[in-house]
Ligand binder design. Structure first.
Ligand SMILES: NC(=O)c1ccc[n+]([C@@H]2O[C@H](COP(=O)([O-])OP(=O)(O)OC[C@H]3O[C@@H](n4cnc5c(N)ncnc54)[C@H](O)[C@@H]3O)[C@@H](O)[C@H]2O)c1
Length: 411
């Protein structure tokens, strides 16, 4: 593919669109990030990332004004050879796509896009959505090449993963498939072709598998702790030098904007027969309740509790659907006071770490940020650490520190 092509990313200032745009721009493509969020557009055009993404800002500054720009003006679509949309597709409260809204959103884009353009859907969509969009384009008599190429990065690692992970591409027509393949070969060395329905399921299987995997660990954690045992002693025993258990994750909050939503999308697609998905949701979403139950004997009514880390995972500033907030709500009913802190999350309700450290008697680790690694929490304080981030500071047992093999739960 010629590097002279104009590429527009719709939703380009978000967690998926921005790193992708930066990486494509760094390969010489001319990229416009189209977004309705004027504040983010302004920030990006000033060379600043609107959220944490390792290694992204220096590359943003290199490409800004040369091969990358951000805008709120849809007119840029008129010049596009390739349009990638990462805006979420409309779904109803049962997570089925809402067809009329979907068509409105497609029609809205098509009014600016020229025939001959390659349109790539990159949001996570319900199975069948690519076909609906394809049929809509055909019914309008438009000559647009349509592809579905799901994003599989984990937030925070996008710059590394976009170029390392194989890229999945799919389309109904060979020309669209070839163009999508050529585009993604500019950033990744491996491109895998699937049919659109296979690709839609591939993305949902990936996230659901991770969500189920974390649920297994969280269920085992709750089981062990209920019997007064230290889950991490058992975890270490079964994972150490035992390759078949390598994927046994640590316990921890499994949340964020994708894992639960995508598991439920798969459930909606399966006619709500995805029993494992529903069971995983009950386990993962039940972990905050379990923690509160374990804490009750400490006498919460006269205790100040601090939650350290409000992001949905460690090192992130993203608090979308974070279970730390669910824990906060539950604790507010029972504890004297709940103080929440996070070094990265921009939330005016949070208190500085120093205040949490000086005032709380009980500490719950909500997100294992590196900044919390060596906290001066004195031995008279109670620490609830479901991640085993501070081996040896576990509230329910006084076991010695244990090395842990697998990565902890996160989205
Ligand atoms: N966040 C992840 O780690 C991740 C990973 C893989 C896939 N996904 C999927 O990618 C999609 C986007 O997720 P995200 O996390 O980047 O969301 P996000 O909210 O960070 O980004 C979406 C962006 O789209 C913009 N936007 C919304 N409507 C728009 C419109 N009509 N025109 C132009 N811009 C518009 C928003 O302002 C925002 O900047 C979702 O389908 C998600 O499931 C996300």
């Amino acid at each position: 593919m010629s590097n002279q092509q104009n590429l527009v990313i719709v939703g380009g200032c978000g967690h998926v669109g921005l790193p992708l745009g930066i990486v494509l721009a760094s390969r010489g493509l001319s990229v416009s990030l189209l977004d309705i969020d004027a504040a983010k557009v302004e920030k990006i055009n000033a060379g600043q990332m609107p959220f944490r993404e390792a290694g992204a800002e220096p590359v943003l500054r290199q490409v800004l004004g040369k091969t990358l720009t951000a805008t709120t003006d849809s007119q840029c679509l008129r010049l596009a050879d390739v349009v990638i949309t990462v805006v979420g597709t409309p779904v109803d409260r049962h997570l089925n796509p809402t067809v009329n809204e979907l068509y409105q959103s497609v029609d809205g884009m098509l009014q600016y896009i020229n025939d001959g353009t390659l349109l790539i859907l990159r949001s996570t969509v319900s199975p069948g959505v690519t076909k609906l969009v394809y049929q809509r384009i055909k019914s309008l008599g438009r000559d647009i090449d349509l592809a579905f190429c799901p994003e599989r990065i984990a937030e925070g690692n996008a710059m590394e993963e976009l170029v390392k992970l194989p890229q999945i591409v799919s389309a109904f027509e060979p020309a669209a498939l070839r163009r999508a393949r050529e585009l993604f070969l500019t950033i990744a060395s491996t491109v895998i072709e699937l049919s659109p329905l296979e690709a839609e399921l591939a993305k949902l299987f990936t996230n659901s598998w991770r969500y189920l995997n974390f649920a297994i660990s969280n269920q085992f954690y709750m089981l062990a702790e209920t019997y007064g045992l230290d889950f991490y002693r058992i975890h270490d025993a079964v994972t150490r030098e035992y390759p078949r258990m390598r994927s046994f994750a640590r316990a921890g909050f499994a949340a964020g904007p994708c894992l639960l939503k995508d598991t439920l999308q798969l459930s909606a697609f399966s006619g709500n027969h995805f029993f494992l998905g529903h069971a995983a949701m009950l386990v993962n979403e039940g972990l905050p309740d379990f923690i509160v139950t374990q804490m009750r004997p400490l006498g919460l009514a006269d205790k100040t509790v601090a939650i350290l880390g409000m992001a949905f995972k460690g090192e992130s500033d993203d608090n979308r659907d974070s279970l730390s907030y669910k824990l906060k709500k539950l604790l507010e009913v029972e504890a004297k006071e709940v103080l929440c802190t996070d070094p990265y999350v921009p939330d005016p309700r949070l208190v500085p770490l120093s205040e949490a450290l000086s005032r709380a008697q009980i500490f719950v680790l909500g997100a294992p940020h590196a900044a919390y690694r060596d906290l001066p929490i004195t031995a008279d304080k109670v620490v609830i650490d479901i991640w085993n981030y501070w081996p040896g500071r576990h509230a329910e047992s006084a076991q010695p520190p244990i090395p842990v093999a697998a990565g902890g739960a996160q989205s």
